[in-house]
Design a binder for this molecule. Structure first.
Ligand SMILES: CC(C)(COP(=O)(O)OP(=O)(O)OC[C@H]1O[C@@H](n2cnc3c(N)ncnc32)[C@H](O)[C@@H]1OP(=O)(O)O)[C@@H](O)C(=O)NCCC(=O)NCCS
Length: 165
């Protein structure tokens, strides 16, 4: 079995994370993020995260093959401090091989031990695999935001899903 090492990202991972964004944004169909974050943006973002937030990376033989981010739902008030949001991105050739599940095990443990009570995700309506992935972790669909994403001039709905920890 492939050995996967999960750890918290540091600003020095910015290049590798930006390279993954390049690939996933180029696919066009999985994320609502239309343009990849540059290494500089990624570095600044990692440095800006609080102790309760993080990007967690999955490494195989020293190479980052996927990551999962955990952010506070909002930063402008403490009323949502028990709510987090996730993003999960695995390189194409590594999908369907348990990387997402291993990342989630790590991130959910981290979330539980850092005061989160629930997590929320938004997933593009056409992204059935990601919906199945989040359902397999225990998320339930809550509703649809209509024409929520506009990418390359095309509108798409988004499904939002929640999970209590
Ligand atoms: C969605 C994604 C993060 C899942 O990660 P992954 O490493 O491929 O998923 P895993 O192999 O760990 O699978 C975990 C579970 O998800 C579900 N799943 C994964 N791929 C699936 C597929 N093609 N069809 C149905 N269910 C699937 C299964 O329940 C699976 O559990 P199982 O293997 O015991 O059946 C990954 O495929 C990905 O990066 N996709 C492109 C980017 C993306 O869509 N990100 C989400 C944006 S909201």
């Amino acid at each position: 079995m492939t050995s996967v090492y999960i750890r918290r990202a540091t600003p020095d991972d910015a290049e590798a994370l930006s390279a993954i964004w390049e690939i996933i944004c180029a696919e066009r169909v999985y994320t609502a993020v239309s343009q990849p974050f540059s290494p500089e943006q990624e570095r600044a973002y990692i440095a800006s995260l609080s102790e309760r937030e993080g990007i967690f990376v999955a490494e195989v033989e020293g190479r980052i093959v996927g990551f999962q981010s955990l952010d506070l739902w909002v930063r402008y008030t403490d009323s949502f401090d028990h709510v987090g949001t996730l993003g999960t991105f695995v390189l194409p050739e590594w999908r369907g091989r348990g990387i997402g599940r291993q990342l989630a095990r790590y991130t959910l443990d981290f979330a539980r031990s850092h005061g989160y009570e629930k997590l929320v995700v938004f997933v593009r309506a056409g992204n059935r695999r990601a919906q199945a992935f989040y359902r397999s972790l225990g998320f339930t669909p809550c509703g649809v935001l209509t024409r929520q994403v506009r990418i390359d001039g095309q509108y798409e709905d988004e499904i939002f899903m929640e999970m209590f920890l």
